[in-house]
Structure formats: structure tokens, C-alpha cells
Ligand binder design. Sequence first.
Ligand SMILES: Cc1ncc(C[n+]2csc(CCOP(=O)(O)OP(=O)(O)O)c2C)c(N)n1
Length: 380
Amino acid sequence: MISPKFFYDTLANCGIDFYAGVPDSLLKNLCAYITDHADAAHNIIAANEGGAMGLAAGHYLATGHIPVVYMQNSGEGNIINPLASLTDPDVYNIPVLLVIGWRGKPGVHDEPQHVKQGKVTTGLLNVMGIDYTVLSKEEDKAEAQIRKAVAHMQATRQCYALVIEKDTFENYQLNSQSSIFNFQLSREEAIQTVAAALGEKDCIVSTTGMISRELFEYRTVKNEGHERDFLTVGSMGHASQIALGIALAKPDRRVWCFDGDGATIMHMGSMAIVASKAPKNYVHVVFNNGAHDSVGGQPTVGLKIDLPAVAKAVGYKTVYSVDNKEKLEEILSIFNFQFSIFDAPVFLEVKVKKGNRKDLGRPTTTPIQNKEALMAFLKK
Ligand SMILES: Cc1ncc(C[n+]2csc(CCOP(=O)(O)OP(=O)(O)O)c2C)c(N)n1
């Protein structure tokens, strides 16, 4: 395995010291090392991977130095547009070193949302004309690959990708305290509290990562079915729009979006669309731990910005922010009492602490079973 320090120092020796990206579980140790060692001007955890490409391009324009964009392969979709219309040699010809975690690599068991992306990871690079290599797990070979990549980018001004398999990087524990907040509630307790307050006809669209896993476990422990929940296992940042689509088509049901701060910020423009449609049956709950908790806990700006104020500014009718169970239960009881008259869409920020149970399971039903059960439930 490669030590994150070795990778970081090798890039530094090649004159590369600017990072932008969205964290990934396979890159967890590397992202943690970068978070701890690069200063705030040289490591920007972007809203989404396309934004990271923009930041990288700006850095290159200002300095002439090759930047790095790190991401999970799920983020390839978000960079296709900047690759085609910003960095490509047919447009501005800007070199960016892409470091891409390869979830769902064919032959390696992974969750359903990673299977297709894993199959097309290198194919997408081929079609975009990006040269790449799968990074070796041996440091001397990896160093040679990095030097070759840098020489290629310097000669051609084109992007180059290092594709990273599982278990490439040695363990590195994030030290940074910047994203530790001691809120009373865990995310799982907060999810249980909100889910317990829902009506029989209500449905939930939950976001990628631990939030969907914790909701799934809640139903299992309660001996309830999973038909009321759409677990958005992939498509990070789009749960609010899936919920909006359901809410508009089913105005007689309350629809709850269970979002994360990272996912909300990833496509924050979607909040404006929710508000502009003003669905009377829509509640957007953001479990805000200020972190990309599901992939290693790297910080988001979630607790540095005022998300309820953003919601209010784009037009959500009612906004709340709570950081304890009593207040959360109080607000939920208002919803239940006043459902027919309360001013929606509602935005509810629940500030929660980072972390999850170590023995947290994963959904045992398939995405297609989940979809079919929900569609049958919505017909009732
Ligand atoms: C487009 C895309 N980029 C990156 C990822 C990897 N990823 C999965 S969950 C997650 C973090 C989600 O953070 P947040 O929404 O704040 O929820 P939390 O995990 O903190 O509960 C990330 C970055 C992804 N699935 N899709």
C-alpha cells in the first residue's frame, strides 16, 4: 500500500500543491491527510466535482501550476461538462490531475449504486480522451506513474487521471478538529425521532450514505415495511428533487426529504426550485453534522453557513433550526397538529454530531424492490 504522505510529497516534488474535490471512501485516508496538511487556500472541499474542476481551472489560470481534483467515480458525471467544455484541448486546454476512487470495479463486490459506475469508470475517461493509469499499490511504481502523468500534462496541457482501487492507501486518521461539534443528538437518533412522527400516508425520500442506511435499520427494528421510504442510494444531491417530483404528483400526501448537509450543498440550487413550486406537502429535513460523514468525516461548510436563512431567502415558507431532541419533538408535534394549514414548504435543519454505529447494516432489499414497494404504496 502507499502512504498518503508519500503520495502527497511526491506530488509536491512535482510542483503540485493545490487540491479541490469531494471526498470519497476509497480516498478516505488520502483526503484526511490532505485535509490535515494542506492549508485552507490549497485544499478546497468543493460543493460538487464540477465545481472542483472550476476551482482547479482558476488555480491554473492564476498560477500556471497543475492542480489536483479528487473524487469518487460517482463524481465523473459531475465533471463531464467541465471536461468537455472547459479543460478539453478543443476549448481552453487546461491540465488537471484527476484522482478517482474506483468503487464498483468489475470483479470487486460493491453496493448496487456503484456497479454501473464501476463498469464505465475507465470507459468514460476513454470517451473523453483522458489518458489514465490505475495507480500501483507499490510506492516506487506509483512514483514512476505520477512522474509520467505530470510529464504528460506538462507536454500536452491535457488532463490525466489516476484511478485508485480499493486498499491503495494506508490508514491515516483525520486529526483536524475543524468539523467536530458537540451537538446532543446523533444523526441516527434524529432520524428515529423524525421518522416516528410521520403519518401513515407520508413518504420519505432519503439521501445517499448513512442517512438511508439508518432509516432502513429504523424500519427493520420497528418491524415495519420499507415501502414508505425511497432510499436514494446514489445520485448524491438529488433527493430533494425526487421528493419534489413525488410531492407535486401526490398533493394529498406529505413528502419528507431526509437530506445531508453535504448533499444539500452539492446541488443547493435545487432548493430554489422546491421553493418556487411551493408544495404545501413538502418538508425538507437536513441532518447537519458539518461533514461528509459517510465517506470519512471530512468537513463541509454546512455548519459555517446559515442553511435555514438560505432556505428562507429562496422562498421556503417556514424554516427551523434545532439542536436537541426536545425542540425537535416540539416542532414535529406542530406539524402533526396543523398539517392541513401549516405553511409549506418547510425547511428543518437538525444539527447533529458526527459519527455512526459501527455495526450499522446496509439495506437488504434491492433498489428495484425498494422502487416497486414505494410505487405500490403511493398508489394506495
Ligand atoms: C456525486 C457523488 N460524489 C461523491 C459521492 C461520495 N459520497 C457518498 S456519501 C457522501 C457524503 C455525504 O455527506 P452528507 O450529505 O453531509 O451526509 P452524511 O454522510 O454526513 O450523513 C459522499 C461524498 C457520491 N456518492 N456521489
